[in-house]
Design a protein around this ligand. Structure first.
Ligand SMILES: [Zn+2]
Length: 263
């Protein structure tokens, strides 16, 4: 949320923050998530509604890392006097702790969402952070949901080793056009099935693979090498997560946000 009186200043701040965000992305192992300041003590909710479960409070002055947004129950808050519609606002954010906060009580320097939308349900707590990063050195180039992106792009030069994110079985390896889920844009790719998690993980744009369909793999096992096959502008690793029974519908073609499953 933003106070209208300070829009001009905040616009400058946003531009500065954007510059900072780009700098952070290039060195940080984690996605550079927007940080917001709590302007008034506000409820820590399990969903984007005051009818969901409350788990304590977010205190005034604390900084929250926002992971995604959701339109939920309209509420009034700290910024209400500056809002149209009598101050009611239905924008909420999921915080990095997995809980939700109303936008009307936090300073994001914008009235519009500053993150990608929340897709599907959050990772079940038993699976939160249960996948490993598929690269030894992680730098996110493009997050899930950015302009409809259905995975996470990781920086990787040609031939960087790619590892299985969890124990599983190789459901597919090879050119994406030979698999209905991965498709031609994926280039040379791997699709792993993780029975214990009820998830698939996908790895795209590889230069080659070192496993065969039907093989079992262990978490952290080498499965191939990064490359620039398929629809790319340069070498990188595209990593994605699919639920057990995905429905292949836009905008994300059944994929879910991998971020809550990763460290
Ligand atoms: Zn991608």
């Amino acid at each position: 949320m933003i106070r209208k009186v300070s829009r001009k200043i905040c616009l400058v701040a946003s531009i500065l923050a954007l510059g900072l965000g780009i700098a952070v992305v290039s060195v940080s192992p984690a996605e550079a998530a927007p940080i917001a300041t709590v302007m008034a003590q506000t409820q820590r909710m399990s969903d984007a509604t005051l009818k969901s479960t409350q788990a304590g409070w977010y205190n005034k002055g604390s900084n929250l890392q926002l992971s995604c947004y959701k339109h939920g129950q309209a509420v009034k808050g700290y910024f209400s006097k500056n809002l149209p519609n009598g101050g009611w606002d239905d924008l909420w954010y999921r915080v990095s702790d997995g809980y939700f906060v109303a936008d009307v009580d936090i300073e994001t320097h914008s009235n519009s969402p500053v993150t990608a939308p929340c897709i599907g349900n959050p990772a079940p707590s038993s699976q939160s952070k249960s996948l490993a990063w598929p690269l030894q050195s992680v730098s996110i180039n493009r997050g899930f949901g950015v302009n409809g992106h259905n995975g996470i792009d990781l920086r990787a030069g040609m031939g960087t080793p790619v590892y299985a994110a969890a124990d599983g079985v190789v459901r597919f390896e090879g050119w994406g056009q030979n698999n209905s889920w991965m498709g031609k844009p994926a280039g040379i790719c791997v699709l792993l099935w993780h029975p214990g998690k009820n998830l698939y993980t996908g790895y795209a744009h590889l230069s080659r693979t070192v496993i065969d369909s039907g093989n079992t793999v262990k978490k952290g096992q080498l499965i191939g090498y990064s490359g620039n096959t398929g629809q790319v502008t340069g070498p990188h690793l595209h990593f994605e997560v699919l639920p057990a029974n995905p429905s292949i519908k836009p905008p994300y073609y059944g994929r879910i946000n991998p971020r809550p499953y990763l460290p």
